[in-house]
Design a protein around this ligand. Structure first.
Ligand code: SAM
Ligand code: SF4
Length: 321
């Protein structure tokens, strides 16, 4: 069992399989064009799987593949099948922009994928084009439909930005409810890779907007998850993810692995240790030592929203946001 200095049990591993992406969302990867880390620096699926096996043997119960855009890495279903065959009870999820799901949803589900979080910031073609810097709405909506149709458990993630998509809080809610998917509004996290001018709406503002159209009550925080949940009288649940909230980190159970093999205790902080050499040497003892060390030294909490405190310069698309 992996446990940190603050007695938080770590059971959740997020694996970034690539930093590359087919979108350029302004809050994540605003620059165009882009220079990528060379492919040979990335861990192969066999190497990622070797680490994942060790982490499962040490108590990881939930794995989420992310990026960058994970579906842009070839044959992602092969990695999912490796994990699922090794540990069928481990919960495997994917965070994706949905663009390649029309072609991949069925294959990923058949490989053992259970749940998918799809980012959808707007239902307006022009607005989504502005945010993602690409005309993507139709294909993302087809991807969401494909995921629902093959029986994946689907959640939607939306980042609400002032003056850009703040008028879509209710339409996004209604769309998500209509397809039976939980929507989670993620507070915009400031970072040096985002366009300078962006400002996010805070959760209390989002909840206030929704409260004008719908009634709902707060319910318990998600078990093993970061969202604060709400429920309508009809039983529809939705959530907010509030990294700026003072107690956000109290129940943090997660670790992150980048595609280059850096193991990271917290999205906010610079600190990371590479498992690449130990994995390539087949040194299981060393890998386990690094894993335990990174878990033990997980920072107590992030400092998002606290002025004059430096945020990690590592981009979310590299860390696996
Ligand atoms: N490409 C995939 C996607 O967009 O879902 C997975 C990687 S992306 C980095 C993971 C999540 O991070 C997405 O839901 C995205 O909206 C969110 N994200 C990226 N940058 C963010 C920021 N600055 N603040 C809040 N959320 C952010
Ligand atoms: Fe790509 Fe996801 Fe970042 Fe958008 S949020 S640029 S889709 S990695």
């Amino acid at each position: 069992m992996l446990q940190d200095r603050f007695e938080r049990k770590v059971t959740y591993l997020r694996v970034s399989v690539t930093e590359r992406c087919n979108f350029r969302c302004r809050y994540c990867m605003s620059e165009k064009p882009f220079s990528w880390v060379p492919k040979e620096n990335l861990l192969s699926y066999e190497e990622l799987f070797a680490f994942i096996k060790i982490s499962i043997d040490n108590g990881i119960q939930k794995i989420r593949l992310t990026g960058g855009e994970p579906t842009t890495r070839e044959n992602l279903d092969e990695l999912i099948a490796m994990i699922h065959t090794y540990a069928p009870k481990v919960d495997i999820g994917l965070t994706t922009n949905g663009f390649l799901l029309p072609a991949q949803a069925e294959k990923l589900k058949n490989a053992g994928l259970q749940r998918v979080n799809i980012s959808l910031d707007s239902l307006d073609r022009g607005t989504l084009n502005y945010i993602a810097q690409k005309d993507v709405l139709d294909q993302v909506l087809t991807g969401i439909r494909a995921a629902v149709d093959v029986g994946l458990s689907v959640k939607l993630n939306s980042v609400i930005l002032r003056g850009i998509n703040e008028d879509e809080i209710v339409p996004l809610f209604e769309y998500a409810q209509g397809i039976g998917a939980q929507i989670r509004y993620i507070e915009y996290m400031e970072n040096s890779h985002a366009s300078n001018a962006l400002k996010g709406l805070r959760s209390d503002e989002i909840i206030e907007v929704l409260g004008k159209s719908y009634s709902f009550i707060p319910i318990d925080k998600e078990v093993s998850g970061p969202a604060n949940l709400y429920e309508t009288p009809q039983g529809y649940r939705f959530g907010t993810i509030e990294p700026h909230r003072h107690d956000f980190c109290a129940t943090c159970d997660r670790l992150r692995l980048t595609a280059e093999g850096d193991l990271i205790g917290c999205l906010y902080f610079e600190g990371a240790k590479s498992i690449k050499d130990a994995i390539r040497d087949g040194n299981r003892k060393k890998v386990t030592e690094i894993l335990e060390d990174v878990v033990f030294n997980k920072p107590e909490k992030n400092f998002w929203g606290i002025e004059n405190v430096e945020v990690s310069s590592r981009a979310f698309y590299r860390t696996g946001g």
